[in-house]
Design a protein. Structure first.
Length: 693
């Protein structure tokens, strides 16, 4: 028998561990975590991953500050005070799991659909975001969650037009001659795309930013088109009008690779630039010049982001923009076309992860996460089904991020609602929990990721042991399944096993292990010869699938639910783009980032501020019939006249009066995809009764 040799670690044992950023961003960066004697001391971009190239945003570069935050939850907690007061006492894992399992079992015994999971993209990981949790809730027969809060309107629009969430490869924007950055503050929310755009700019490309807000990205582009919120489809249709009028069309591409051209042509000819200029609130010559550029500068590329689809007509707007590259034949070039999301190109084995067979033939109801404020307050009915009796929240902070948050708070404050929250911190939602379970951060668990801004699969290795008593999301659901006596072998799969199941044989897992990423194979110009993943194989200007549902088969301008000029009480349109140093409600409690961000801000155009006697830096009240919140006014031309920009999403408890911007947003949904309409919101602003800052 060979001898066993014990080797003591050196006093300064230093490791470098490859990982992936988990957050809701197109870039899905490769991480490199430096670990010294078991402690993570630095997180930086992986220089070997081409899209990351060693560069991280300011948020994720502070990841050790988040992991070792003094307010991190490190043990299970049980509520001791009233809901919302944030009063808890530590308990053991055994006590917490036993009580939670008993409570859920009791509800499941009489009405499994009364249990609701609530999660989104706090981590984008396939293992910690949508694996063991789905198996657990499927086995119970719990209500399904329609995860709509960010991207479903634009995603459905892409499916109906291009056939899926597909597009050009992000790296080839560097070779474009014209780039339209539409509905995106790329510097803050898509940094690595911005680096490709800057490369194109240095090579002579023209950059145009289309956004109601004069963002940091708009500052760096050659032109900014500050249209009214919710008018993007009108602009796209006017561009089509000009392409037709001047014959800036690729007739061969249209004939060979599109469907519904004659119908779209008739629709577009109803939108001369003069009509669109009035709707969009921009100069008519700006539309004409944009059309001229798009029709004559080749290759031309469009980088969409999800800001433009957060209005009533958001799905139609994305459909209209997605038609443009096929009209000019931009798809023939690898540096032409468009990109909103690349996530549909990843061969994720979701059935293997989710195990829908565990439903055993049941078809539970589906509840839309964007209407959680109303749904938690509903009584049982034949149309709604049973009253929601239990909510398990993970990877989300609905009290802060869901619309019409006054109602969301009322729902979570119900004493008869059993709430379990898997979290790192005492978020606004965690304050309403009956139990808070400490979850691991990205530095402490296995996961595997797709991306929606490039086409690399990413593997995340744990760099450090879990801090305190934290457990991964998948482990927590694995433990709950065991406590509830769920014996299917799938509940024994480890996190690393789940990583391997996520793509099956479609991705080389050995390559993921060796370098941390694996690039999907595919042509440089995916639709140069058509071959769209639609039923027809063509870019579908006209969607027979939508028409079969009684909807308009063609894209059109669909006015906002809350149309400016229709309300004397609330004359200002409000959009709520993300504050640059936060990501949704993540990072708000990281002190260094909150210090940079400063305070909750409302950007107001000088004309709107002067008309209301509001000075720069003063405290203001933003309000409508849904509620009000207080913040500080920043009088600035970043806001166009008639539109205010409420930068979000601050935690309510860190706001000036215990609320945030979602106190005034609505639960109305989009035309496609059942998504929220955060940027379809009318308000009034007045000087606050509180003293100025």
């Amino acid at each position: 028998m060979s001898a066993s040799i014990s080797v003591n670690p050196t006093p300064q044992q230093v490791l470098s561990v490859r990982g992936a950023c988990p957050h809701d961003c197109p870039d899905t960066c490769g991480l490199l975590t430096t670990v010294e004697n078991g402690l993570a001391t630095r997180v930086q971009g992986n220089p070997d991953h081409p899209h990351t190239d060693g560069v991280l945003c300011a948020k994720v570069s502070k990841y050790t500050e988040r992991t070792y935050h003094p307010e991190r939850i490190l043990t299970p907690l049980k509520r001791t005070g009233a809901k919302g007061r944030g009063q808890f006492t530590p308990v053991t894992w055994d006590e917490a799991l036993a009580d939670i399992a008993q409570r859920l079992q009791a509800i499941a015994a009489h009405s499994p659909e009364a249990i609701l999971p609530y999660s989104y993209a706090g981590t984008m990981g396939l293992v910690q975001g949508e694996s063991m949790d789905r198996r657990f809730f499927h086995h119970l027969g719990a209500s399904l969650l329609d995860r709509t809060i960010c991207a479903s309107a634009g995603g459905e629009a892409l499916v109906q037009t291009l056939g899926g969430k597909v597009g050009m490869k992000v790296e080839f924007f560097a070779e474009s001659q014209l780039i339209l950055i539409w509905g995106s503050n790329s510097i803050g929310s898509n940094l690595h795309f911005w680096r490709y755009a800057q490369q194109a700019k240095r090579n002579g490309a023209k950059l145009v930013c289309i956004d109601p807000r004069k963002s940091e990205t708009a500052d760096k582009c050659h032109e900014h088109i500050a249209l009214r919120p919710g008018t993007d489809a009108a602009l796209a249709l006017a561009l089509m009008h000009e392409l037709i009028a001047h014959d800036w069309l690729d007739h061969d591409y249209i004939a060979q690779h599109t469907l519904g051209w004659e119908q779209l042509r008739d629709r577009a000819l109803q939108w001369p630039p003069e009509r669109a200029a009035e709707v969009c609130g921009i100069p008519v010559e700006q539309i004409r010049q944009l059309a001229r550029d798009y029709g004559t500068m080749k290759p031309a590329a469009i980088r969409l982001n999800y800001g433009m689809q957060r209005v009533r007509g958001g799905g139609n707007a994305v459909r209209a923009v997605a038609c443009l590259p096929a009209l000019t034949g931009a798809w023939r070039h690898r540096a032409g076309g468009m990109l909103l999301s690349s996530s549909g190109q990843f061969p994720v084995q979701r059935a293997a992860l989710h195990r829908p067979d565990l439903l055993a033939g049941r078809t539970p109801r589906t509840i839309n996460m964007s209407t959680i404020g109303d749904d938690l307050l509903r009584e049982a009915s034949p149309t709604f089904g049973p009253k929601v009796e239990a909510v398990v929240v993970y990877n989300s902070n609905p009290v802060a991020v869901a619309p019409d948050s006054g109602k969301v708070v009322q729902g979570f404050a119900r004493e008869d609602l059993f709430t379990v929250v898997l979290e790192h911190f005492h978020t606004d939602t965690a304050d309403y929990a009956d139990y808070i379970l400490p979850a691991t951060t990205q530095l402490e668990h296995w996961d595997v990721h797709l991306a929606y801004g490039h086409t690399d699969v990413m593997l995340n290795r744990p760099a450090i042991a879990p801090v305190g008593e934290a457990r991964s999301n998948a482990q927590i659901f694995r433990d709950l399944a065991a406590r509830m006596g769920l014996t299917d072998p799938c509940f024994a799969d480890s996190d690393e096993t789940l990583c391997r199941q996520a793509f099956g044989n479609a991705v080389d897992y050995a390559l993921l292990e060796s370098q941390g990423f694996a690039t999907l194979a595919g042509p440089d110009a995916p639709f140069a010869e058509g071959n769209f993943p639609t039923p027809s194989g063509r870019c579908e200007f006209f969607s027979a699938r939508l028409a079969a549902q009684g909807m308009d088969g063609l894209p059109d301008h669909v006015p906002n639910h809350e149309l400016q000029g229709t309300s004397a009480r609330y004359p200002l349109a409000m959009i709520s783009p993300p504050a640059r140093n936060f990501l949704n409600s993540t990072f708000v409690n990281v002190k260094s980032l909150r210090t940079i961000e400063g305070r909750p801000l409302l950007e107001m155009h000088p004309d709107d501020a002067a008309a209301r006697g509001i000075a720069d830096g003063s405290t203001v009240r933003v309000f409508n019939d849904r509620g009000s919140y207080e913040c500080h006014a920043e009088v600035s031309t970043r806001a166009r006249p008639g539109v205010v920009n409420g930068l979000g999403i601050w935690w309510r408890k860190l706001g000036l009066n215990g609320t945030n911007v979602n106190e005034v947003t609505s639960q109305a949904l989009t035309d496609l995809g059942r998504a929220p309409t955060f940027y379809d919101c009318l308000v009034e602003v007045e000087a606050s009764a509180n003293a100025a800052a």
